[in-house]
Design a protein around this ligand. Sequence first.
Ligand code: PRF
Length: 375
Amino acid sequence: MNFLLEKTTDNSRARAGVITTDHGKIETPIFMPVGTAGSVKGIHTRDIRDDIKAEIILGNTYHLYLRPGIDVIEKAGGLHKFNGWDRPILTDSGGFQVFSLGDLRKLTEEGARFQSHIDGSYHQFTPESVMDIQRSIGADIMMAFDECTPGDADYDYAKKSMELTRRWLDRCFKRFNSTEPKYGYSQSLFPIVQGATYADLRRQSVAHVRNFDANGYAIGGLSVGETEEEMYEMTEVVTADLPQDKPRYLMGVGTPVNILEGIHRGVDMFDCVMPTRNGRNGMLFTSEGIINIRNQKWENDHSPIDPNGTSFVDQYSKAYLRHLVISKEMLGAQIASQHNLAFYLWLVKTAREKILGGDFVSWKNEMVLKLKHRL
Ligand code: PRF
């Protein structure tokens, strides 16, 4: 994998680049739809590729390991063969999903013991096992095993947690470097910067991850309960110290505004469940603002969901989509998810064009105002 930095900006840290993997190119900044259990919920691969125009999707080590299980994915020949997506895939390591389990998990130096959310069975993830699982899934980009420190952690907890993630990273790279890809194409390992909301811990974490000369670096532990100002400040602290010539990935972020502000602060890659999850609940992100499609005011609005939208689903009317969502028709969740993902991909593609054209900041400021507006 390699990264070409095509353009930087004078009045912003925003950058445009191209990541090349054995499964094709990714133009950055990019948004990656989340396909937790191997599918982007409700959306066919054909539409992810040709309508939403995604260039890379996510999978989750935690979910795929529990179900269908790694032996099934190996027998399929890897996740690309299993789900029919022949472009790049990034897998999260399970660090965040295990953290979300709360009482069902216990962290030790060795790793994380947890109970399955499916059947209550006991399992252990270690940095080594998580590398082996991601080799078997066949992700183009594998993530290090980390502890996602809660946003409200006190300094002592955050420091110990960041140091545990650091020791786990050493073990991840040791295992990664002593194993081979299983399916004939290359895989990269991205370290994850932690340190909660403490600038000095973030800087120490960056200094450590830089030792590995990785193909890219992730920023974790944000959008987990801290304020938006803290999230932006920590993003700035981290991108200031990361190498310029490698992609930066802000994990699990966020709203369209968060993404534009992240790009402005030097981030190249994003993922979030928000477009699909909120879409299923009837929340639509459009170029004019946010729509709650369940609202009575759309009952007889027969205009398109988004007149400027790039997806074929945008031709359906607001009144029809409202009816589908309120009636809990499957198609309602599908249309809303597909619209939102197409909007997110349009947003990052346009950001890229503005960066290349040299007028990113003024466009960003204008968009931020529109995107906060509720219709
Ligand atoms: N670590 C991992 N995955 C993540 C996060 C993290 O900190 C976050 C935090 N926003 C989302 N997904 N491994």
